[in-house]
Design a protein. Structure first.
Length: 274
């Protein structure tokens, strides 16, 4: 037997097999990407139709990525009291903190503990500036620093702070796309002519009498009349709307917001009355 020739034939056979398998994998991925693109396009069109039917304006651009996230568990820092207002020994110039080019160095050098881990939120409460704690790049919607301003300077603050437990392993799950979250709200909760000012993904939880508690991915959808809706990004459950001016930091609420079933699953067509 010519072993050299046999070896060459085997190598060529393996190369051909790898090429065939590679082509099949490429074809499958391309097919899946095409199906995702078609599904996204269809979902966007359905949302646009729903918005037009109720004359609702959407002022924010929605992400189209297929996202996966997990449940996280947080623990309060006992040394920081969410309801306690503290005066800054050295006031912070508001323009340096909030203006263009404001850097994390200013936050890190301030007297506020862990302030570099917070990001300015679009939500403001009666002139009070709100910075939300981040987990990675996502906000923890209920965990924030409130900054009080006087004569162009930040003079005092209230703070909530949590630590995310790393030892609790959770499996990532697919999220309901932003388009479906908004459409659910449009179809079942919003009145004609409403204006959606912001749609943002982050973590939100219900307060319990416990040192640790879970936080779930939520879509936070803000309406121009001040209503804020939280839609659970795994199952679509929608909480009763809250007013931004009435929100309290995580750890200071006595009763959590009530959660309703996803109206698409329950058949409940109740409307939000203005």
């Amino acid at each position: 037997m010519n072993w050299s020739r046999a070896k060459t034939i085997l190598i060529c056979s393996f190369l051909m097999l790898n090429m065939i398998l590679g082509f099949q994998l490429w074809s499958t991925n391309r097919s899946n990407q095409t199906e995702i693109a078609l599904d996204t396009s269809s979902t966007v069109e359905e949302l646009n139709n729903a918005l037009r039917n109720k004359n609702i304006r959407l002022m924010d651009e929605l992400p189209t990525d297929q996202l996966k996230l997990k449940v996280i568990t947080v623990k309060y820092d006992d040394s920081i009291k969410p309801g306690e207002q503290k005066t800054l020994k050295t006031p912070i110039n508001m323009s340096l903190l909030l203006g263009k080019g404001a850097s994390k160095e200013i936050q890190a050098q301030s007297e506020i503990p862990h302030f570099g881990l917070y990001q300015l939120d679009s939500m403001r409460k009666n002139g009070v500036y709100v910075f939300t704690q981040l987990y990675g790049k996502l906000p923890l919607f209920d965990v924030w620093v409130e900054l009080n301003e006087q004569n162009g300077e930040i003079t005092s603050y209230r703070q909530a702070y949590v630590e995310v437990e790393s030892g609790v392993e959770q499996t990532e799950q697919k999220l309901i796309p932003a388009q479906l979250a908004v459409r659910s709200l449009v179809d079942n909760y919003l009145s004609d002519g409403a204006i959606i000012t912001e749609v943002r993904l982050g973590y939100h939880g219900q307060p319990y009498n416990s040192e640790t508690q879970p936080m779930f991915p939520h879509w936070r959808i803000t309406i121009d009349n001040g209503d804020i809706y939280y839609l659970q990004a795994f199952n679509g459950a929608v909480e009763s709307p809250q007013k931004g001016s009435e929100l309290a930091p995580f750890g200071t609420q006595v009763d959590g917001a009530k959660t309703t079933e996803n109206p698409e699953n329950s058949g409940d067509k109740s409307k939000d009355k203005k």
